[in-house]
Every structure is written in C-alpha cells, then in structure tokens.
Design a protein around this ligand. Sequence first.
Ligand code: FES
Ligand SMILES: [Fe+2]
Length: 345
Amino acid sequence: MLVTRQKVLRRFWYPVIPSDRLTDTPQPFTLLATPLVLFRDASGIACALIDRCCHRTARLSVGWLDGGNIVCPYHGWTYSGDGHCVRIPQRPDGDPGKGIAVQAFRCQERYGVVWVALEEPLRDIPALPEHDDPGYRRVFEFYETWAAPGLRIMENSFDNAHFAFVHKASFGIVEEPEPVPPRLEPDPAGFVMYADVPVKNPDIQKANLGIASERTIRHYAKTWWMPFSRKMKVTYPNGLVHIIMTLTAPIDDRRSQVIQFLLRSDREEDAPAANLVAFDRQVTHEDMTILEACDFDVPLALNRELHMPTDQPGLEMRRLLAKLLAEHGETEIHSPPPSYGGGGP
Ligand code: FES
Ligand SMILES: [Fe+2]
C-alpha cells in the first residue's frame, strides 16, 4: 500500500511534533507528502498551514512569526493561523483585501503532542487515561525519522516472533524462538493484543524494573491505534506498569516520523528516566534497523508475502485497512509485485 496514494488515510489525526518543540519559530513537517508549516498563534494555539505562500510559492516555514501570524520570507505577505492573508506590505496600509488565503488544516494538541488531520477525521484521537493519571510519570523518549512505513512499524510492535532474533542483544531469549500466541480483542481504536511473554532481564533492566531474576514475564496489552500508532502497556510480575506510546506519522510512502514517550507507574527515584531511555534506545534501534531493511511497500493483499500464526495481528491490520479502503471506494495502490519465493508453512 502506498500511503500517499490512499486518500482515506488523509482522514486520520497524525502526531507531528511534541508540543514543547513548537515554540516561537515556524516548524516544517511533511505529512503524507503534503508540506506543512506549524506554528503557534498569538494565543499559543497550534496551527498548521500548507507550507507554500500563495504569491510565489515560497515556503512559509522559512519565514518568521509576527504577533502570532506567519510572515512569508519572500515579500512579506502575512497569514493568520486560519490561513487568511492579513497583510500585504506592498499595498496601501498593508490591507490585503478579502479572499486571499492559503490552505489551513485541523490541528490540536493532546498528550503533549501536536496532531494534524489533512481532511475531516473519521475518528477522534484514542483515549489515553493514564496520561492524566497522577499515578503515572511521563518520560519523553524519541522524536526521529525512520526510513520505514507506519504499517511495518505497527506489525513489528505486535509481532511476538521477532524477539529471539531482533532483540537477542537486549531482552530476547535466543534459546526460545517459539513465540507466544497472541490473543486479539476488538477495541474502538483498532484492537488490543494480549500476550504473556517471557523475556531476558539484563542488568540495566533489573535496575529499571526492580526485578533481580535473570528472566521475567511481560504481561502485554498492546492497543493498535489505527492506522499507525500504538499503546504498549506492559505489566510486570511485581505490579510495575510500563506504557510505551509509539506514535507515528507518515511523511511519505517510505518514511515515518516517530514520537515515543513512556508512562510509568513508579517514580524517578525508583528508576531514573535516563536509564529507561537508555534501554529503550537499544531496543528501539534494534527494531528500526530491521524495519529499514524491509520493503517499504506493505501489501494489504495477503498473497504477496508469506505468513505464520503469530502474524495474526499484522494480518488483522491489513484486513481492517483493506476494509477501510473498500468502504471509501478505494482499491489498494502498490508498487509492482516483487517475488520473494513461494511455499512456506
Ligand atoms: S512568495 Fe510569499 S510574499 Fe511573495
Ligand atoms: Fe521489537
């Protein structure tokens, strides 16, 4: 599926930038191959406009802010957060008259993140009650670009079969490659996957988790936030809850912008945030490396890749996305079919 070619994917909220990175300068962002400029208006409200001036197409993100409006760097035409031109300096009194505007997009902040929808959203941003629960602390982890599409990132997040390979240097148990079967339940956001997975407990994790044994069990409740984000709630045998939010936005067909933060049920003095980030850096880098080594075009049609039983969550994502396309009169658009061999289990 080429995400930039499937129109219905423009009708979701996507996480584009952590709130605290959107301050007093305009920020560019490319969402589904659409160039955006993000900035805060005079009230501090996050705004998203097309990153093209309607005079001579200069990128507004190269300009600057003036009283909460964005000024084009070429000739100074100035736009408010709703896209209307409010000043043309070359005209008497700078009055632009009526009707001059650039395209504006829906933009809102939630969970410390700025979200943008390019067209009328089909659904709201899913609920995350732990974010406002004082029993949890928030730890920011990463804001970075991966050369991988969101669907590969999502499938990987719900794949119990890769731990012994991709994560052999961190938490995977190499001697036990047989994966734990996932159990799926419907959820308004997409679905929830449950699995109780034994993992290796390296020294840094012994300290992070307050668990001294060489191995432990992760009780996973992972929620797929259709299309390209997920909530991974891990409960450990000692009651500790570790939630990894991995929120991704499709830049284009090949790349995703990833925002990751944690919600933890313990305190900084129990496990310093720097140590939590250090371990997750290792794990996340392991995933990123393999995902960037896969074909960027994830087929929704099930006959173009081979599958095994623990691929069920990824197959369910493909099924639900194919259903979404069908409901909106679209067919899957993809690159020419490759051939990676036949047969299989
Ligand atoms: S290109 Fe923006 S003001 Fe001329
Ligand atoms: Fe992984």
